[in-house]
Design a binder for this molecule. Structure first.
Ligand code: SF4
Ligand code: SF4
Length: 402
């Protein structure tokens, strides 16, 4: 418990930044790389196809996974099973454009609206939960991410559109908006509750506990503010979702940007004026829950929330094969009551069945275990690997038994 207390009182875990600046429009992409894993290409989409903003490129077989659209004028330069690569070209000579749809005025609801949002590129898995009470998570997801305040207080038009659409597609009887303590906002027919903005309370399962006072209560779910923003973006523009809001930052410089899906991180860091030096680490997502990237031609997706440079010398890097010294810090800090040390060792030696037996799939991916690990073991990354392998094994068994 003592370790937990020390973390929660660490000022670096505060989730409020009093950010007052508006979102900055990101750069026009020079190249994009779109993730198309498990998507089906639309007929006629191939190498050298000329594309325009909002053009449908691929559909996903799942009803709650948004389809894929081109974010710009360009030409497809390569397609493989994982990605579609597009280079920007002059729009002259490219025929075709997408007509905006006034989805708010159309008044669709439930399944019909879920299908329309999917076709417009929105992932609706968390938005269409069948629960009695749905909590909109209005906290910044990770320390260092700062878009929640401007999203709540300055982008009212977008947020109102998102909440309105969400009310029409969610089956929840009761919607609650959780915001940082001290923030005063109000929305029609939505209860607003204030929560102490300290990490890891922004992790959905822990926010639910904070708001209801119960662990995993029946009939209660949570959805991120970022998802509501995406929904609102489609409502306001009438166009397919082609962008995301991310915090781009380093220790000395940060701001919030609206950037196109698939943009290369190298171009984004250059635009934000962040220079990389030897030994710097790039993290996509939040500093605690994000994933490290090894190349500047990696890209962001519609769900990316942040892009961070951890300067060399500021945080000791993870050591993949560093042995566990059994200090127990990760066990004390784990909010899911797991044993991250044991799980990471099972995963390290590919004993994924043992991980499953020890409930690795209950991991909330908060990243605290790796943060406190004095041996610098990539504990969360091991657990993520194990859970990905478990999912693969379960899908294989399911396919075999079909
Ligand atoms: S990442 Fe998972 S295992 Fe690690 S502390 Fe968080 S919940 Fe526990
Ligand atoms: S914090 Fe690191 S060294 Fe300590 S028990 Fe956990 S995995 Fe092992």
């Amino acid at each position: 418990m003592r370790q937990r207390f020390q973390i929660l009182s660490d000022p670096r875990f505060r989730l409020v930044y009093n950010e007052t600046r508006s979102f900055i429009d990101g750069p026009a992409p020079k190249k994009v790389r779109l993730n198309r894993e498990n998507f089906n290409l639309v007929d006629g989409v191939k190498k050298k196809t000329k594309v325009y903003p909002g053009m449908l490129l691929a559909t996903h077989p799942s009803i709650d996974k948004g389809d894929l659209h081109s974010p710009m004028y360009g030409e497809i330069t390569e397609i493989n099973h994982r990605s579609i690569f597009i280079d920007a070209v002059d729009q002259e000579g490219i025929e075709g454009q997408v007509e905006p749809i006034d989805v708010l005025a159309e008044g669709k609801e439930g399944e019909e609206l879920i299908l329309q949002m999917k076709q417009m590129g929105v992932n609706t898995k968390s938005l269409g939960q069948e629960v009695d009470t749905l909590i909109i998570n209005g906290l910044n997801p990770d320390p260092g991410v700062t878009w929640a305040e401007p999203m709540l207080t300055q982008n009212g038009h977008n947020l109102h559109a998102g909440i309105e659409l969400h009310k029409r597609l969610a089956r929840a009887k009761h919607i609650v908006l959780a915001v940082p303590k001290g923030m005063h906002v109000s929305y029609d027919n939505i209860d607003v509750v204030c929560v102490e903005p300290e990490y890891p309370k922004s992790v959905n399962a822990l926010l639910v506990k904070e708001v209801t006072g119960k662990e995993n209560p029946e009939g209660v779910g949570a959805v991120g503010l970022h998802n509501i923003w995406s929904l609102g973006r489609v409502g306001v523009t009438g166009l397919p979702l082609m962008e995301t809001v991310i915090t781009i930052g380093s220790q000395t410089k940060w701001a919030n940007y609206i950037v196109k899906n698939g943009m290369w991180i190298g171009q984004l860091l250059e635009y934000a004026g962040i220079e990389l030096r030897d030994g710097d680490i790039i993290s996509r997502g939040g500093p605690l829950r994000g994933e490290c990237l090894d190349r500047l031609d990696r890209s962001i997706t519609k769900g990316t929330t942040g892009l961070f440079v951890v300067e060399s010398g500021t945080v000791p890097p993870m050591e993949g094969h560093s042995p566990c010294i059994n200090c127990g810090a990760c066990v004390q800090v784990c909010p899911a009551h797991l044993n991250p040390s044991t799980l990471s060792r099972y995963a390290e030696f590919a004993n994924y069945n043992a991980c499953l037996a020890e409930h690795s799939t209950h991991c909330l991916e908060c990243g605290l275990c790796g943060y406190v690990c004095i041996a610098r073991r990539p504990v969360l990354q091991y657990i993520r690997l194990a859970n990905a392998k478990i999912k693969e094994m379960q899908e294989f068994v399911w396919e075999e038994n079909k």
